[in-house]
Design a protein around this ligand. Structure first.
Ligand code: MLT
Length: 332
């Protein structure tokens, strides 16, 4: 009799556990096969660079390889849609940045709900942008760059990674601060945009420190300011926004890791654990520092803290973009 009751209770508990799980998903022994990490921009840019660093480390921690799928286009929204529609089984994960909340305010009809499409796994790192130009542009500082842009009007070209991307938001900031209307040149990511700045095909690009610092150090591009209140030790000769005389030009971006909504909690926990190991690795912290970024502190690392920041960013961007009177786009 006792045995029968116990068996029934066990069956009930097993049923309850199964109800919360999507069909075909199992956290047992996770991961048992290769994982795909979607990066919503072209290869060679800051998102891709961070994704590769994360994937390599996660692969060692989780004992399975992680491949990067670069799904660029429309400021990261094409890749975000792909990730939102993926099976919530832990075998597709997604790394994205500030453009996730920003694009929610910039596009009218996205085919996913940015606020509810993902489980937050944890925040990764944060860092500023760097205002740069082609090397042979004959201006010496930010003030002279602004004057040159004002004089050139729409003959000047400013590259960006699509509406909603960080480089696009930084281009908007530049246009407002300098009172200019240059020709905006969209790319599938700042990886290919950077190639065109280095070869002199476009004039200006505001890119994340993650990839801008190595080009600035190598002298292949010119840098006028970092979009933060302090200089970056990695490129200490480049003035802060304030030092360069740029008012209201602060822009610090952050990266986070996600899984499709409904991914079972034990899988989120396993991914979160791998993320903590990654962020605690002194070699990773050193690598971040070399590229002008810092990992989030321990108090900000839980999935809940990530969700809290994300929610506040949806509200911040919605208010900011409305106040700036920026035209809302139709999603492609
Ligand atoms: C990229 O990797 O291309 C960037 O993250 C795009 C951007 O937000 O500017």
């Amino acid at each position: 009799m006792r045995g029968t009751t116990l068996n029934r209770t066990m069956t009930g508990l097993a049923m309850m556990a199964l109800i919360g799980m999507p069909a075909g998903a199992s956290a047992q022994g996770y991961p048992t096969k290769q994982i795909t990490m979607i990066s919503p921009f072209a290869a060679g840019g800051p998102s891709d660079t961070l994704a590769r660093l994360t994937a390599d480390h996660f692969g060692r921690t989780l004992g399975q390889s992680i491949i990067i799928e670069n799904v660029g286009g429309a400021g990261g929204t094409v890749g975000t849609e792909r990730a939102a529609r993926a099976a919530p089984d832990g075998y597709t994960i997604f790394q994205h940045h500030t453009a996730l909340p920003a694009s929610a305010a910039l596009y009218a009809n996205l085919r996913y709900d940015s606020r509810t499409a993902f489980e937050t796994v944890g925040l990764i790192n944060t860092g500023p942008m760097v205002l740069t130009s082609r090397k042979n542009l004959d201006v010496k500082d930010a003030k002279a760059l602004f004057a040159w842009l004002q004089e050139r009007g729409d003959k000047a070209t400013v590259a960006h990674a699509g509406i909603g991307s960080n480089s696009y938001l930084c281009a908007l900031l530049l246009m407002q601060s300098a009172g200019i209307k240059p020709a905006l040149v969209p790319y599938r990511g700042t990886g290919p945009a950077m190639i065109d700045i280095v070869s002199g095909q476009v004039d200006v690009l505001c890119d994340q420190a993650t990839t801008a610092t190595s080009q600035v150090e190598a002298g292949t591009i010119k840098a006028y300011a970092v979009t933060s209140s302090e200089r970056l030790p990695a490129i200490k000769d480049v003035p802060s926004a304030k030092e360069a005389g740029l008012v209201g030009f602060d822009m610090v971006i952050w990266n986070g890791l996600y899984a499709p909504k409904g991914t079972p909690k034990p899988i989120i926990d396993a991914l979160h654990g791998a993320l903590q190991k990654f962020l605690d690795d002194p070699k990773i912290v050193e690598q971040f520092a070399k590229t002008g970024t810092v990992p989030f502190g321990k108090d900000m690392r839980s999935p809940d803290a990530h969700q809290k920041l994300l929610t506040s960013e949806f509200d911040r961007f919605a208010t900011m973009i409305k106040a700036a009177g920026v035209k809302v786009q139709e999603a492609k």
